[in-house]
Ligand binder design. Structure first.
Ligand code: ACO
Length: 350
C-alpha cells in the first residue's frame, strides 16, 4: 500500500475561440475598463459548436496520460469535476473512459468551482488505501452554454476549458500532503441555474424567463470568497503541518483578481508567488485550478520538491484547498493543446 499520491501527469485544453472585452462591449452595456478594473479579465475562451465538455476533457486527458507515460488501460479511476457535462446522464467521465481506452470506474462529481480539488481529494483516498495505482482527475467547463449573454453581471466573467492530472501511487514522500473541503448550502440561489432539475423542470415559461442560465448575486459571492479563500488555504496547510510562508507557489481559483489579491494579502503570500492567468481565460470554474497548475509547470514556475497551495470556492456554496509537494521532474515549455479550426466566438448564442 502506497502512502503517497503524486501528480505524475498534467495536461490542459483551451478552445481557440476568444471572446474579448471589446467583443462584450458590443453585446452588453459594459466596458473594457470596467471589466479589467473590477475583475482583471481581458478575454475568455469559447468552445466551438462541435466541442463539448467531453471533447475538452479528452484532449486534456490525453496530454496528461502522455506526460505520466501511462496508457488509458493503466487507469484505476476517472473523475470529472464539472457542472457543464455533455448530458445530464451518462456522466462525462464515462465518455472519457471510452475515448482513452480505460477499463475502470468513472464518474462525474460536482462542487462547482471547487470541484477539481474535491475530485483530487477523492482520488487520493483510492490511491492511499491501495485500491488503485493511477487516477485521472479532470476539471472541465463549457460555461458558455449556460451563460446569458444579455446579463452583464455574469457573462463577462466566465469561459471554457479543461485541465487534467494523473495522480499515481508513490512511496516517495510528497504529492497531496493535506486538504480541506467545505460546504454551506444555506443559500443555493446565490449562484445557480434555477430550472432544468427535479425541483423546477424547464418549461416554456421558464425558458422565456431565462431560468436555464446561470444566475448570480455577485456581491454576496464576492464577500464570501474574500473570507473563505484565506481560511481554507490555512486549514489545508495546517492539515499538511505547514504554514503559508512554506508555500513556493499559490494557485488560487481564478474568479476575480481582486479576490485573489485579497486572499494573497491575508495569507501574506508575496505577489511573485501567486499564479494568475485570469486575464486570458476568465473564470473557467472547475477547470481554473488545473489549467493554472499546467501553465505554472509549463512556465517553469514549479520545481521538483516545491510546495504548491491550491484553493477554490464556488456555487453551493463550496470551498476546497490542497497542498501538493511536486515530485515529478519538470520540463518547462508550452504543451498547450488548442483547437485549430475556426474561431469560436460565433458559437456563442447572443
Ligand atoms: N459592466 C459594467 N457595469 C457592470 C457590470 C459590467 N459587466 N456588471 C455589473 N455592473 C454594474 C452594476 O450594475 C452596478 O451598477 P449600479 O451601481 O448602477 O447598480 C455596478 O456595476 C457595481 O456592481 P457590483 O455588483 O457592486 O460590482 P462589483 O464590484 O461587486 O463587481 C462582480 C461585480 C465582478 C460580479 C463581483 O461581485 C464578483 O466578482 N463577484 C464574485 C463572482 C464570482 O467569483 N463568481 C464565481 C464563483 S465560482 C463558481 O462556482 C462559478
Amino acid at each position: 500500500m502506497s502512502r503517497y499520491s503524486a501528480i505524475t501527469g498534467w495536461g490542459k485544453y483551451v478552445p481557440e475561440g476568444r471572446l474579448t472585452n471589446a467583443d462584450l462591449e458590443r453585446m452588453v452595456e459594459t466596458s473594457d475598463e470596467w471589466i479589467t478594473t473590477r475583475t482583471g479579465i481581458k478575454e475568455r475562451r469559447i468552445a466551438r459548436p462541435d466541442e463539448s465538455a467531453s471533447t475538452l476533457c479528452i484532449a486534456a486527458a490525453r496530454e496528461a496520460l502522455e506526460r505520466a507515460e501511462i496508457e488509458g488501460s493503466d487507469l484505476g479511476l476517472i473523475i470529472v469535476a464539472t457542472v457543464s457535462q455533455d448530458y445530464k446522464f451518462p456522466s462525462t467521465a464515462n465518455l472519457v473512459q471510452h475515448a482513452v481506452g480505460a477499463q475502470c470506474g468513472a464518474f462525474d462529481m460536482q462542487a462547482a468551482c471547487s470541484g477539481f480539488i474535491y475530485a483530487l481529494s477523492v482520488a487520493h483516498q483510492f490511491i492511499t488505501t491501495g485500491a488503485i495505482k493511477h487516477a485521472l482527475v479532470i476539471g472541465c467547463e463549457v460555461l458558455s452554454r449556460v451563460m446569458d449573454y444579455t446579463d452583464r453581471g455574469t457573462c463577462v466573467l466566465f469561459g471554457d476549458g479543461a485541465g487534467a492530472v494523473v495522480l499515481s501511487a508513490s512511496d516517495e514522500p510528497g504529492g497531496l500532503l493535506g486538504f480541506t473541503l467545505g460546504s454551506d448550502g444555506a443559500k443555493p440561489e446565490l449562484l445557480y441555474i434555477p430550472a432544468g432539475g427535479s425541483k423546477e423542470p424547464l418549461t416554456e415559461e421558464g425558458l422565456r424567463e431565462g431560468k436555464q442560465w446561470v444566475h448570480m448575486q455577485g456581491g454576496e459571492v464576492f464577500k464570501f470568497a474574500t473570507r473563505i479563500m484565506g481560511t481554507a488555504m490555512e486549514e489545508a496547510l495546517a492539515n499538511a503541518g505547514m504554514s503559508s510562508d512554506e508555500m513556493d507557489l499559490f494557485i488560487p481559483h481564478q474568479a476575480n483578481l481582486r479576490i485573489i489579491e485579497s486572499a494573497s494579502k491575508r495569507l501574506g503570500v508575496p505577489t511573485e508567488k501567486v499564479f494568475v492567468n485570469i486575464e486570458r481565460y476568465g473564470n473557467t470554474s472547475a477547470a481554473a485550478v488545473p489549467i493554472a497548475l499546467c501553465e505554472a509547470v509549463e512556465q517553469g514556475r514549479v520545481l521538483q520538491g516545491q510546495h504548491i497551495g491550491m484553493v477554490a470556492f464556488g456555487a453551493g456554496l463550496t470551498w476546497a484547498a490542497a497542498v501538493v509537494k511536486w515530485t515529478a521532474p519538470v520540463v518547462s515549455g508550452p504543451t498547450t493543446t488548442t483547437s485549430t479550426k475556426e474561431p469560436a466566438s460565433a458559437a456563442v448564442q447572443w
